[in-house]
Design a protein around this ligand. Structure first.
Ligand code: AMP
Ligand code: MN
Ligand code: MN
Ligand code: MN
Length: 286
């Protein structure tokens, strides 16, 4: 029987709505065999997830989703099989969280200037730990009636050109891939279809990513259409990258993107879980 993988999920340690423990329970229920917890710029949920998975028929893969600034855009790089305790990773995370803290306060100030008071405190109310992201602002703004749903909040307030948008610098691609690799992990470009890159930019990204030792493209993603999957499945082969698969699950409020319910990788792709590097990581963790 083929194993079921979900290599991209979020918990309350970042902007998911299930705790790491609840997330693991749901993945077990959904018969996921290998689950990666990949919270935004934090590994704070991994210990609880590992604990929850310890006597289950589920392999928990320690992961992260790092925010990267590249060519005036934000990209997300997933790290799989990382060692969360590695000093390079922890130093990198500390830097990302510093920027997040400042950015969250700045989003609050900018929204206040646009006539929305108390957004920073409101967002903190939706955050579990010290990581406050745009999703937490979005939940508060919906609660306050400023928009109908999360999508609308982003569109009206939180993206480029809108009052609550804060530009700024995340890690470079080189740093993010470096932290992942130094901590023993495999780097994956998350949901590549989301970035709207020109063909030239995309070639540049895939070239740089390969040169830096990146491992895979997330070919199957909860945010990819069937065409996106086919296109990036092809590109993974052209660029000699493995293919990954993850729901980008953020919680049960988003029923069309459930955990562990993913289509198969398109034919011809090289699954990351069949790579030699994956086998090495799995053995090292065992
Ligand atoms: P941040 O890393 O704090 O900038 O927040 C990015 C997160 O916001 C993503 O991981 C998504 O969970 C969420 N997000 C981004 N765009 C949208 C959107 N249009 N609708 C709903 N959620 C979004
Ligand atoms: Mn998110
Ligand atoms: Mn992402
Ligand atoms: Mn994600």
């Amino acid at each position: 029987m083929t194993e079921r993988f979900d290599l991209h999920t979020h918990s309350t340690a970042s902007d998911g709505t299930l705790s790491p423990t609840e997330l693991v329970a749901r993945a077990v229920e959904r018969e996921v065999d290998q689950l990666a917890l990949t919270d935004h710029d934090t590994t704070a949920g991994l210990e609880a997830a590992r604990f929850a998975a310890r006597e289950q028929d589920l392999r928990l893969i320690p992961g992260i989703e790092l925010s990267v600034s590249w060519a005036h855009q934000t990209l997300h790089i997933v790290g799989l099989h990382i060692n969360p305790e590695h000093p390079a990773m922890q130093a990198g995370i500390a830097r990302q969280l510093d920027f997040r803290r400042w950015r969250a306060e700045e989003i609050g100030r900018r929204l206040a200037r646009a006539g929305i008071d108390g957004a920073y405190d409101g967002a903190c109310g939706y955050a579990d730990g010290d990581l406050v992201g745009r999703t937490h602002f979005a939940r508060y703004l919906v609660e306050q009636g400023h928009a109908r749903d999360l999508k609308q909040v982003f569109k009206r307030y939180l993206v480029k050109g809108k009052p609550g948008h804060v530009p700024g610098e995340w890690a470079t691609l080189e740093q993010a891939v470096g932290w992942i690799r130094e901590s023993g992990g495999l780097a994956v470009i998350a949901h590549p279809a989301r970035y709207k890159l020109s063909a030239t930019r995309l070639r540049q990204l895939l070239g740089e990513f390969g040169d830096l030792g990146g491992a895979a493209l997330e070919v199957v993603s909860g945010s990819h259409s069937r065409d996106d999957m086919l296109r990036f499945g092809q590109l993974s082969q052209t660029w000699n990258l493995a293919a990954s698969s993850g729901s980008d699950y953020h919680g049960p409020e988003n029923p069309y993107r459930d955990i562990g319910r993913l289509p198969e990788l398109p034919p011809g792709c090289r699954p990351i879980w069949e790579s030699d590097a994956w086998a090495r990581c799995s053995e090292a963790a065992a």
